[in-house]
Design a binder for this molecule. Structure first.
Ligand SMILES: [Mg+2]
Length: 185
């Protein structure tokens, strides 16, 4: 069974506008360098009401459907809080068109204070066991998430790929998709 664990922000979703708005809210506050302003920033950035500002990264649907063609079951794993689940699912329903059913998993409230790289790898291991995966593709634009995953023993013999969309210049015909490593069959 082949499992593809796919990050959302920076891989499928361009959330630049939502984060720009959060930045504006922060600077509009009375003391932009205060802790309160940081709280304002994060509350604005993670506000489900502004998920509609997000855009689909070019080529994402093609990339995901190509994975499905290659036999992968897709699970989206995002550190977006559970509170953003409904808005995110609605956003996906209108923009992400896949040939096969996929799952969408968020960071549950109980993990709020767990560092995201640690949480992600724990979730990835749980998913690999749940699906009985013998090959796992881990796609994330955050290098720290990827490196942490690589350092965990269960990933040592499994393919993992670090995919920064903004520097994906390896394949000019598809700017989203860099060179894909060969996976053992
Ligand atoms: Mg990301």
């Amino acid at each position: 069974m082949k499992l593809a664990i796919i990050d959302i922000d920076g891989v499928v979703v361009d959330a630049t506008k939502r984060f720009e708005r959060a930045e504006e809210m922060k600077h509009a506050s009375l003391y932009p360098n205060s802790r309160d302003a940081t709280d304002i920033y994060w509350r604005a950035a993670l506000d489900p009401a502004y998920v509609h500002l997000d855009t689909l990264i070019d080529g994402a649907n093609d990339f995901l459907n190509r994975l499905i063609d290659d036999g992968y079951q897709i699970v989206f794993l995002t550190s977006r809080p559970q509170a953003m689940a409904e808005a995110t699912s609605e956003w996906f329903a209108l923009r992400v068109f896949l040939k096969q059913r996929s799952e969408l998993m968020f960071k549950a409230p109980g993990f709020q204070y767990i560092k995201t790289p640690v949480w992600k790898v724990g979730m990835a291991q749980t998913l690999m066991a749940w699906y009985g995966a013998d090959e796992t593709l881990f796609v994330d634009d955050e290098r720290s998430h990827w490196l942490h995953a690589e350092n965990v023993t269960c990933f040592a013999s499994l393919p993992a790929i670090f995919m920064p969309p903004q520097s994906a210049s390896a394949d000019d015909s598809d700017p989203f998709l860099p060179d894909f490593p060969d996976f053992p069959d």
